[in-house]
Design a protein around this ligand. Structure first.
Ligand code: COA
Ligand code: AMP
Length: 637
């Protein structure tokens, strides 16, 4: 019988247990589950309870055993170092088993945690897989975060061991990781027993005797480690993401459900076959990197690409087309911002014509709203299908997409198409009632979430419930607002919290406000996300100084910009700030962030009836009009 999207979607919602049990047949289990879905401790649903599995086994061993050993598993393509290195499944398994042996030798055991703070090098992937092989819970921290952010994660995850490298390369800048890591460990209360450092050729990190171990020494003479037998419900990894304010939100993913969901998505959402080349141009520090650079493609027997470069400047806006052509990429995944960068530097798409892209068939874009201009430009320039898909760190795989493996559907630019099977989406108003078709509300997912989604927040079940489940009982709050149209298409419009999306990176303006407020001269402040042609949004800080503080604006704003860079990291892209007399507020004291955003973006707005003092809004409008100039300078920098 041939099924289409509608049938499959209905089955996944009406009979989720049968649906996922069928999908799970494609996974290797040491022991099958006792219960497909354990509902005994709601809202903590558990998929495949009693099942025994290993994530690394499903990513590597299974393929070597079934005859894919000589197929390329991983292509490391690094324009910033001029390197291309390929690992077959057999070779990758060898490297991973050996490093897993080294981790065991250093005392890392099943259930322990390890932080991975690394640039985009094969050793990062090897570290993740080695942890999963021995059942250690890994937590990858993105390299663009500053030491204090890393320290917060160290204190929450309490790693027994941290794996890092001597440096990373950002276009032509060398970023030394080791001093940043040392600083983070100095700041954190929890101290790792050991730090393993992969020494890259150009710069050797200074080692602290007794604690730091060179990667090569760690693997020297050790025996390769086998796979730990893990409960399907055991944690595989923690991935920290931005939430309101600075409280760490460690999203926890399990082993069994994660393998089942990601493997299913490769075939059914991305329409990829085992043996094909799949490339996610992201970073292993983000969820896209976890799911679609490392785990998904390997579970599915694909060849995955690890790209240490940028869409532009490494060396030119043809960088992506060179990779696609050199490695025969069939399907690619990246963020719209990458295409905006390419479009900016090569509006005619002339670099595309230099490469042979004959086997390239689909481009998936996610991580932020995909503006129709970018989507249409990409479609016209490349002549391939462009699929906008929507999801979040919390879900781990797409929630809304045109599922290519289930038959193609017409594209509506600006919409991420329809809900993916497994996700029962409901749009709910602030009053808790379901919204009518085409009316905007809070996008929620009816519980239980499908396999592969977060199971809780690390060491904080209470915060998990409070953050995601309390507001609409029985539903998971995604934090996005949007609507479903008359054809069942999903439209993602904005976040409902203080999260902004900068170049596909998720950042909390609340956290930035906390940091700015900690400055001795700041009385109060507001950070808003303003529209940016390249990065989608950029944070803008509006600062009120304490009375009596007499400082040159440029000096204080420079200091504040530096403060955010030191505390969150360069990834925050916080480069625009202005001192204002006061902030516009309602009579009840609520800062009018939404109104200020509209003024800055040049969008029509209404002066709220509850405004405290309209003159302040006038003053802010004048400041924001000047900001256009400041933004231009900041971008040129
Ligand atoms: N380690 C250290 N620093 C990093 C870093 C890392 N891994 N990644 C980014 N940074 C730094 C950058 O060097 C930059 O620093 P600067 O202020 O000193 O210039 C800052 O963090 C901001 O980085 P980014 O937002 O990436 O901006 P950019 O101008 O360097 O590049 C794009 C812009 C669009 C080219 C880039 O963001 C991109 O390729 N994005 C698309 C893919 C993607 O990563 N998506 C994420 C989720 S799918
Ligand atoms: P992250 O957890 O970093 O992946 O960020 C998730 C957030 O990015 C979502 O909550 C959305 O706000 C936004 N996002 C991701 N994909 C899309 C998309 N296709 N369209 C609109 N917004 C998106």
């Amino acid at each position: 019988m041939i099924y289409n999207y509608d049938d499959i979607y209905r089955m996944s919602i009406e009979e989720p247990e049968n649906f996922w049990a069928t999908a799970a047949q494609k996974v290797h289990w040491y022991k099958k589950w006792d219960e497909i879905l354990d509902k005994s401790n709601k809202p903590f649903y558990k998929w495949f309870k009693g099942g025994v599995v290993n994530t690394c086994y499903n990513a590597l061993d299974v393929h070597v055993e079934s005859g894919r050993g000589d197929q390329t598993a991983l292509i490391y393509d690094s324009p910033v170092t001029g390197t291309i290195k390929k690992y077959t499944y057999k070779q990758l398994l060898g490297e991973v088993s050996l490093f897993a042996g080294a981790l065991t030798e250093l005392g890392l055991k099943k259930g322990d945690t390890a932080i991975i703070y690394m640039p985009m090098i094969p050793q990062a992937v090897i570290s993740m897989l080695a942890c999963s092989r021995i059942g250690a819970v890994h937590s990858v921290v993105f390299g663009g975060f500053a030491p204090s952010e890393l320290a917060t994660r160290i204190d929450d995850a309490r790693p027994k061991l941290i794996i890092s490298a001597s440096y990373g390369i950002e276009v032509n800048k060398t970023i030394e990781y080791k001093p940043l890591l040392d600083k983070a460990i100095e700041l954190s209360k929890s101290k790792p027993d050991n730090v393993i450092i992969y020494q890259r050729p150009q710069i050797k990190a200074e080692m602290i005797p007794g604690r730091d171990v060179d990667w090569l020494d760690a693997v020297n003479g050790v025996s390769p480690a086998g796979c730990s037998h893990m409960q399907a419900t055991d944690p595989l990894y923690i991935l920290y993401t931005s939430g309101t304010t600075g409280i760490p939100k460690g999203v926890v993913r399990d082993n069994g459900g994660h393998i089942v969901a990601l493997k299913w998505s490769m075939q059914n959402v991305f329409g990829v076959q085992p043996g094909e080349v799949f490339w996610a141009a992201s970073d292993i520090g983000w969820v896209v990197g976890h799911s679609y650079i490392v785990y998904g493609p390997l579970f599915h027997g694909c060849t995955t690409v690890l790209y240490e470069g940028k869409p532009v400047k490494t060396p030119d806006p043809g960088a992506f087309w060179r990779v696609i052509s050199d490695h025969d990429v069939a399907v690619m995944f990246t963020a719209p911002t990458a295409f905006r960068a390419i479009k900016r530097d090569d509006p005619e798409g002339s670099f595309i014509k230099k490469y042979d892209l004959k086997n390239f068939r689909t481009l998936f874009l996610a991580g932020e709203r995909c503006d129709p201009d970018t989507l249409l430009w990409a479609e016209k320039s490349l002549g391939v299908k462009i699929i906008d898909n929507w999801w979040l760190t919390e879900t781990g795989w797409p929630v809304g997409a045109n599922c290519l493996g289930l038959g193609d559907m017409p594209i509506k630019p600006g919409s991420c198409s329809k809900p993916v099977p497994g996700y029962d989406i409901h749009i709910i108003g602030d009053d808790g009632n379901r919204m009518k078709t085409c009316n905007i509300g809070n996008i929620t997912i009816k519980l239980p979430l499908p396999p592969g989604c977060m199971t809780t927040l690390w060491n904080n079940n209470e915060h998990f419930i409070k953050t995601y489940l309390d507001k609409y009982p029985g539903y998971f709050e995604t934090g996005d607002a949007g609507y479903i149209d008359e054809d069942g298409y999903l439209w993602i419009m904005s976040r409902t919290d203080d999260i902004i999306n900068v170049a596909g990176h998720r950042l909390s303006t609340g956290e930035m406000e906390e940091i700015l407020s900690s400055h001795k001269d700041v009385a109060e402040c507001a950070v808003i996300g303003i529209a940016d042609e390249l990065k989608g949004e950029l944070p803008l800080g509006l600062i009120v100084l304490k009375s009596g503080v007499d400082r040159i604006n440029a000096d204080i704003t420079d200091e504040l910009i530096q403060l955010i860079r030191e505390r969150i990291g360069p990834v925050a892209s916080f480069k625009i700030a202005a001192v204002v007399n006061r902030l516009p507020k309602t009579r009840s004291g609520k800062v009018l962030r939404g109104t200020m955003k509209k003024i800055a973006d040049g969008i029509e707005y209404r002066i709220p009836a509850t405004i405290d003092d309209p003159q302040i809004l006038q003053h802010i409008t004048e400041v924001l009009q000047n900001l256009a100039e400041i933004r231009k300078h900041s971008r040129r920098d």
